[in-house]
Ligand binder design. Structure first.
Ligand code: AMP
Ligand code: MG
Length: 422
């Protein structure tokens, strides 16, 4: 008998899977491997930056008080008693009307409190001794980078769960982190189910198609911050699917299958969950595409049964799998970023359920625009590559028009721009 499935709202489905997120784990990686990972601990400044008063320019370190009478008419002269580059510390303490030639990044010599930029000093030699003259006065602190002006020791600069970007790498290096604690990537197994599936390298045959979903999911898992494991294709055969998924459920944090979750004759995933004794969290969501998206739990393993239809599979992953992966990576904002944008074309279709249309964002002046990215069926594969977002239309609506403001969920970083900027 055909099982009746009760569709639940998308929000409820998201909450049900998020409720099963396991506590994330951490591991240590070398700084050169840390880019793109998420932090497993807060990072605080272990010292002031800069750690000493230093010169931000190439020039001459002086005692500001000696310059107080300098003017174009009556320049003040200084004897240059030493030269230091970055990394060196002056051996001498300048006395009245003495200066030290100093390069950018070098520690300000003791007794000095201002720096005259190279271009503002007139250099000359007299009896094998170098001198400068300057035509203006300086205040104490002029052209000095002060200890701690960038950041103070103890300030928390990076939070657990933040993604490590190049700026974060600079901080980790500044504070001497050769190794850093990052969130361990959750392991996610992928199975493609369907007797019609060929592998990528195989020739097309009548009635068969290539397995694209598994490869797409592999990339989506990496993009979400997880570690994918390609476990191959499964035929539409209950025992084979059951055995493969049961074995995997002992070795991975999550298992994703694509296909076989519908109510057709060869859709065995519902029976697999039953046989595994898994608790089904939902098996119908009030959404298009992907209404048959299923999630189940076995022990603390999350099992996702995503639709075999490529667009539905893609959307199901972004809505229900990605936030769980990102939560395990300690993200405090694991869900797709939502914003509002102006629709660039009419979308007359009715929306019995919440609809997620694959779309592309663009920016015109200060306005964000959004355009459906192509063939809009759950079976579509061609509209995915051009999509960086989903237009989210509420259920029970129809007739969205060009110029309407719509909700958009972003799943991919924004693209760059042409040169010159217009
Ligand atoms: P199913 O969810 O198994 O009913 O499959 C729905 C549709 O998606 C069918 O047309 C399948 O042939 C197709 N499909 C299933 N699995 C894949 C896959 N891994 N890659 C591409 N298309 C698929
Ligand atoms: Mg199938």
């Amino acid at each position: 008998m055909l099982e009746r499935r009760r569709p639940i709202p998308v929000e409820e489905a998201v909450e049900r899977v998020i409720g099963y997120k396991k506590q994330g784990e951490t591991e240590k990686v070398l700084i050169l491997e840390a880019y793109g990972r998420t932090l497993g601990e807060d990072v605080a400044a272990t010292h002031h930056v800069p750690p000493f008063d230093r010169s931000p320019y190439d020039g001459f370190a002086i005692r500001a008080q000696d310059s107080s009478n300098a003017s174009s008419e009556e320049p003040v002269h200084f004897k240059v008693i030493e030269e230091i580059g970055a990394g060196s510390v002056a051996k001498n303490i300048p006395g009245p009307y003495e200066a030290i030639r100093i390069m950018t990044g070098a520690q300000l010599p003791e007794g000095c409190d201002a720096v005259v930029m190279l271009e503002l000093a007139k250099e000359y030699n007299k009896e094998n001794q170098s001198y400068i003259s300057i035509k203006r006065s300086y205040q104490p602190g002029d052209n000095v980078s002060f200890t701690g002006e960038d950041t103070k020791k103890g300030t928390v600069l990076l939070k657990k769960g933040e993604s490590i970007n190049p700026g974060a790498i600079a901080l980790l290096a500044t504070f001497g982190y050769e190794c850093i604690s990052v969130a361990k990537k959750p392991s996610v197994a992928i199975f493609a189910t369907g007797t019609e599936l060929l592998d990528v390298g195989e020739e097309l045959k009548p009635g068969k198609i290539r397995n694209s979903n598994a490869y797409m999911l592999y990339a989506q898992i990496i993009r979400a911050g997880g570690k994918p494991f390609m476990l191959g294709k499964l035929p539409d055969h209950l025992e084979t699917c059951y055995e493969a998924i049961k074995n995997a459920s002992e070795n991975f944090d999550m298992i994703i299958t694509t296909g076989g979750v519908s109510v057709g004759d060869y859709d065995y995933m519902p029976d697999v969950y039953k046989k595994l004794g898994a608790e089904v969290l939902f098996n119908k969501v009030a959404m298009r595409p992907g209404s048959v998206t299923t999630a189940a739990v076995k022990g603390d393993i999350l099992l996702y049964g995503l639709s075999g239809n490529p667009s539905a599979c893609f959307v199901g992953f972004e809505l229900f799998v990605k936030p769980v992966i990102k939560s395990r990576l300690f993200s405090e904002k694991p869900h797709l970023l939502k914003l509002q944008a102006t629709l660039t074309e009419d979308f007359p279709k009715p929306n019995p359920f919440t609809r997620f249309i694959r779309s592309a964002l663009s920016i015109e002046g200060d306005r964000v625009k959004v355009t459906p990215s192509g063939f809009d069926k759950s079976s579509a594969v061609s509209s995915l590559a051009a999509s960086d977002s989903f237009i989210m239309l509420p259920g029970g609506t129809r007739g969205f028009q060009k110029g309407d403001t719509v909700d958009v969920l972003i799943h991919e970083g924004l693209e760059g721009d042409v040169w010159p900027w217009s």
